[in-house]
Design a protein around this ligand. Structure first.
Ligand code: GDP
Ligand code: MN
Length: 349
């Protein structure tokens, strides 16, 4: 019943590699990890975790991206972890580094101001490169172009529950576009002008805003102010055709040309969240409750005992909301996590 994307499978995806689980029912999907060579131990840990809890049964491929050449050491340590195909790609220079048209004096002043506010990664240019790359470029990388779906994984994350289903196939079968496991508050000081820019975009292109969007998740007053709630993008399972399409392409260009990725410190998490929340019907956004996931210091652990037991979950259900106050997800005052109530929020009108 779960029909795959009809695009032809590359030879190596038809399942002939020694020891690799040849599985013709796989979706047209890949894992993607952005990392540095020095992240190797954390990357090994994350891949062992996803292989154990999901991928050894499925054999989805991996793409690793880096703005520098990968070391032989990194490739060696990683490639023994799975029989699934792995590719190690380098990011084109201009998709990563701060563009020449950015006013460096203004950017430096922005970094300094943010440092004074004690914001994490305030002074880091490389962090800003990373956020801009994840916002606007990763899905155009030649190694990802053959795929429709991706599952983003970072070094040093843990998957806590055994999955008895294929999330990619779930997305396909249920017409989902974007999926998350954790929703958090953003640091307001990192995005002082982001929401105003997004509102300008909506005014310029009202036809792009979905009528049954998730504005109610992001704003308490019908869109006037952003409530800082966003999907934590270090975990994402999504359809790259959404990022590659006209609406998001225009959206990213509109944001990028303001320089906000450098003058401020716009994260790919709020950028992706706002796009998914505004340009998709909210029914296309999915919360994967079954996927126990930890990116320290936060985690999602299924609260439902049946799901937790069935998944043989290794996470502590009592700390599902994370431990730092500034990262607390929205609406802890209700007796269910905000994402379960996600579908209850009304559209923008
Ligand atoms: P945080 O989760 O916001 O604390 O940020 P991380 O340090 O985990 O970075 C997010 C992702 O980008 C992770 O997959 C990192 O491995 C990757 N990353 C961050 N900075 C760089 C960088 O300068 N170069 C490369 N190649 N990857 C980076
Ligand atoms: Mn991280």
């Amino acid at each position: 019943p779960l029909d795959s994307d009809s695009s032809p499978l590359p030879d190596w995806r038809t399942g002939s590699g020694a020891g690799w689980v040849g599985n013709a029912t796989r979706a047209n999907a890949t894992f993607v990890m952005l990392a540095r060579n020095t992240d190797v131990n954390g990357a090994v840990q994350s891949i062992r975790s996803i292989e154990d809890r999901f991928n050894r049964e499925h054999g989805y491929p991996y793409v690793f991206l880096n703005e520098e050449e990968w070391t032989d050491e990194f490739k060696k340590r990683i490639s023994v972890l799975s029989n699934a195909p792995m590719e190690f790609g380098v990011i084109p220079h201009d998709w990563w580094f701060q563009p020449d048209w950015i006013d460096e004096d203004r950017a430096a002043a922005g970094r300094k101001k943010m440092e004074e506010q004690g914001i994490i990664y305030a002074g880091s240019v490389s962090y800003r490169n990373m956020c801009r790359f994840n916002s606007g470029f990763f899905f155009k990388h030649e190694m990802l172009m053959k795929y429709k779906w991706y599952w983003r994984i970072e070094p040093d994350v843990m998957f806590h529950c055994t999955l008895s289903f294929d999330p990619f196939k779930y997305m396909e079968a249920n017409n989902k576009v974007y999926a998350f496991t954790i929703a958090l508050y953003e640091w307001a000081a990192t995005i002082p002008t982001l929401w105003d820019t997004v509102k300008d975009f909506m005014k310029t292109y009202p036809e792009y805003v979905a009528s049954d969007n998730a504005m109610g998740f992001m704003s308490e007053n019908g869109g006037q102010d952003f409530n800082m709630c966003h999907f934590w993008s270090n975990f994402e399972i999504a359809d790259m055709d959404f990022w590659r399409g006209e609406v998001y392409t225009k959206f990213f260009e509109f944001l990028d040309k303001t320089g906000g990725f450098y003058y401020e410190r716009w994260g790919d998490a709020p950028v992706h969240s706002m796009a998914a929340g505004l340009f998709l019907p909210k029914s296309k956004i999915h919360f994967f409750n079954e996927i126990g996931y930890e990116h320290p210091p936060n985690q999602h652990c299924p609260q439902d005992d049946d799901i937790w037991k069935k998944g043989m979950c290794s996470c502590d259900q009592t700390r599902t909301h994370g431990e730092l106050v500034f990262l607390l997800p929205l609406r802890l005052d209700t007796d269910h996590p905000p994402f379960l109530a996600f579908s209850d929020y009304g559209p923008y009108s």
